[in-house]
Design a binder for this molecule. Structure first.
Ligand SMILES: [Zn+2]
Length: 274
């Protein structure tokens, strides 16, 4: 669906991407991974669950590094050499070697490719008994990618419709029903990832010390509240918001965010009760 328009858009990402020299944490060999030119990507906002919104390329698609020698997949944020013990765990796990044919020739990644890379990275993370926070971050990245994929399809469906109308195509159909169907289908998948992320971060909070994949304790606490709201666990969201609001150590900025979230939860609960 819309393959041509997707390809056109991906071609435009090329000037913002580069090959960077990386060392594989697993085989310790060097390879050239695909990433974004950080200086040329602008952050224009964030969703309530901290999903960064970047232009002109969604840098989230380039979150995972894939070793072209051994097939290891890992989150760029935590891409460091593994200890011998952990490498031993991975060897003993005997994961099937991922299909990495042509990975070095790829000029850009689609959302579907990025989602598959995250899924494989999670398999590696499980096999090497990675921290709960890192696995939760992979789940969260998958939820963000699900959202990015749907947003892209929505904007493409609208562009396609406008183009057809301009060309006088009388059979051009309003894309709203199609977009609604795509959203309904994708939302279950996104929610499953959000729920897994919420549960994993909750476990991390109990077992690990900060930073949690770069986040401090109050940022993670608030994120768990937001994720609880997103998976409709409203009582948990409210408990955490109250805790943030009564904690003398919370910054006023965080308290404002907790108040806003509380309003959103009440609104959602109200809708549910109607
Ligand atoms: Zn490797």
């Amino acid at each position: 669906m819309f393959d041509d328009i997707i390809k056109q858009r991906l071609e435009k990402e090329k000037p913002y991407l580069l090959r960077k020299k990386l060392t594989c944490p697993m085989c310790l060999g060097e390879f050239r991974g695909l990433g974004t030119k950080t200086g040329r990507i602008r952050r224009v906002g964030a969703d309530i669950d901290l999903r960064p919104i970047n232009e002109p390329v969604d840098a989230l698609k380039y979150s995972i590094n894939v070793c072209s020698n051994c097939g290891y997949h890992g989150l760029g944020k935590t891409f460091k050499p593994l200890s011998q013990g952990v490498r031993g765990l991975l060897k003993r796990a005997q994961l099937p070697k991922p299909d990495i044919s042509g990975i070095e020739e790829k000029e850009y990644y689609t959302y579907n490719e990025a989602l598959e890379m995250c899924r494989v990275a999670l398999e590696f993370a499980n096999a090497r008994q990675a921290d709960a926070s890192e696995k939760a971050y992979l789940e969260l990245t998958m939820a963000w990618l699900d959202r990015g994929r749907v947003n892209e399809l929505e904007s493409i469906a609208k562009e396609d419709y406008e183009n057809k109308k301009k060309d006088g195509d009388e059979e051009a159909k309003d894309p709203t029903p199609l977009i609604d169907a795509i959203k309904a289908q994708a939302s279950g998948q996104e929610k499953a990832h959000l729920k897994a992320a919420r549960d994993g971060f909750t476990e991390a909070m109990a077992k690990e010390m900060p930073p949690f994949v770069g986040m401090d304790t109050s940022t993670l606490d608030f994120l768990i509240a937001v994720l609880s709201y997103e998976v409709e666990d409203y009582s948990m969201a409210l408990i955490i918001c109250s805790r943030i609001l009564t904690n003398k150590g919370s910054s006023s900025r965080l308290k404002d965010k907790a108040r806003d979230l509380k309003d959103l939860v009440r609104e959602a609960k109200g809708d549910e009760e109607e």
